[in-house]
Design a protein around this ligand. Structure first.
Ligand code: ZN
Length: 61
């Protein structure tokens, strides 16, 4: 199913720290903007490498 007919635009690569692999710069798949209890923005998703939950502080661009 074609959802978008827009011209292809490069997906922003969002990376975070994977606590399971103890590795930085892991791509966050299916990133979602969330808000922490203290009101700070954060991004939550799954690690592209190991598939575990991954999370970083900040906003999605
Ligand atoms: Zn990982």
């Amino acid at each position: 199913m074609e959802l978008s007919r827009d011209k292809p635009r490069p997906k922003p690569h969002i990376t975070g720290y994977c606590v399971y692999e103890k590795s930085k710069n892991r791509e966050i798949k299916n990133p979602k903007q969330i808000k922490l209890k203290n009101g700070r923005p954060a991004i939550k998703g799954t690690c592209a490498i190991c598939g575990k939950a991954i999370f970083r502080i900040g906003k999605m661009k």
